[in-house]
Design a protein around this ligand. Structure first.
Ligand code: FES
Length: 160
């Protein structure tokens, strides 16, 4: 083997090593979140005493299924109602039509979707408009004086 040939092979080999050193962590960073299980965990959304019986309030959460680079798009919310001293109900904020955030109107006792006029009763069932099914509910429990929500991917469905 000539000296020139040896240096060529050495350069190619070192280039491959450098590409692997830089590329493997990058590929891992991009691919790993796809296989990460982040839903089905119980997260605290505050003390039981923070919530008034009979009131439905918006609670900010972070979408646990979002990718690390999702940024502000991972922020979401749910509607949480304290039914009595021990029971809570939590509704997804996303309309089941095309996913717009619904608003709770206390005086009307309804959830309203601003996008296409979807209306839901206070129990989340459809009252009017295009939503094909009731608001999605989160599992809720109380533990150690805290209200906890069982995480899930943001339940957006389409009828398209
Ligand atoms: S997205 Fe709510 S009615 Fe269309």
């Amino acid at each position: 083997m000539t000296r020139r040939r040896f240096l060529e092979k050495l350069c190619i080999g070192l280039s491959g090593v450098c590409a692997a050193i830089l590329g493997i962590p990058l590929v891992g960073f991009v691919v790993a979140p796809i296989f990460r299980k982040t839903t089905g965990k119980w997260i605290s959304v505050g003390n039981i005493t923070d919530y008034e019986v009979g009131k439905t309030v918006s609670v900010a959460i972070t979408d646990p299924s979002s990718l690390p680079w999702a940024g502000i798009t991972a922020k979401s919310a749910l509607w949480l109602r304290r039914v009595n001293d021990v029971d809570f109900i939590a509704f997804s904020v996303n309309c089941t039509h095309l996913g717009c955030p619904v608003r709770w109107l206390q005086d009307a006792d309804l959830f309203m979707c601003p996008c296409h006029g979807g209306v839901y009763y206070s129990d989340g069932t459809v009252a009017a408009g295009p939503p094909p099914k009731p608001l999605i509910r989160y599992d809720v429990r109380t533990a150690n004086g805290q209200v906890q929500i069982k995480t899930m991917a943001i339940p957006i469905t389409t009828t398209l």
